[in-house]
Write a protein that binds this ligand. Sequence first.
Ligand code: PEP
Length: 246
Amino acid sequence: MRKLIAGNWKMNGLSADLGAIEAIASAVAGHSGVDTALCLPATLVGPAATRLPGYAIGGQDCHMAVSGAHTGCVSAAMLADAGAKLTIVGHSERRAAQGESDADVRGKASAARAAGLNAIVCVGETEAERDAGQAESVVLGQLQGSLPDDANGSWLSVAYEPVWAIGTGRIPSIDDVTAMHDAIRNALVARFGEGGAAIRILYGGSMNGDNAAVLLTVANVDGGLIGGASLSAEKFLPIVEAAAAA
Ligand code: PEP
């Protein structure tokens, strides 16, 4: 399976950063065996997609409705209209701060699909849930609730992101990554059959140029969702190179 390395810029980036976005796209262009994408703040999707028409620019969220009275929200159709090719849905920062439920995330993923966007659906346990021995049941529960019935690898990826690993510099043990990705794969195949076998399972949480080679050679780690290390070509490129070599 081709690996996908997707950057999540979170609430970072102004128009002055469009040059850095172009530099990242141009730095990774030589690695044709790896899919890459940059999920940007909504304000930068249009300008970046205009400058980089062939590159996979994405959003970081979308509303489940096509349009309507949802002040401040952005629909999947709006992202697509601005030139996005994909969007993240269900990031733990949104689940926590905006109270997004699994049903919300499922609706958002379906809205992305309806607008012609690919979706990266995020799941992951908190540290307290892991300490209580509930990591797998929490993640598999989120997975069941957040994925639409028509999920398959042609348009959807799953990102396993332990909440406690995001932005902390900490990552799970390789045994724990292996066990969780195997459990997610088994659940995807049980629900979606061959379609589930083709869904990419990304790892996310403090992936960087130092740990990417090890993480990306774990079975069923089909790429990465990268926060902090996606903000510059200097940090993003080594992860893409590790994916190309894995
Ligand atoms: C993320 O927010 O999706 C993420 C993985 O962040 P970081 O790489 O900074 O931990």
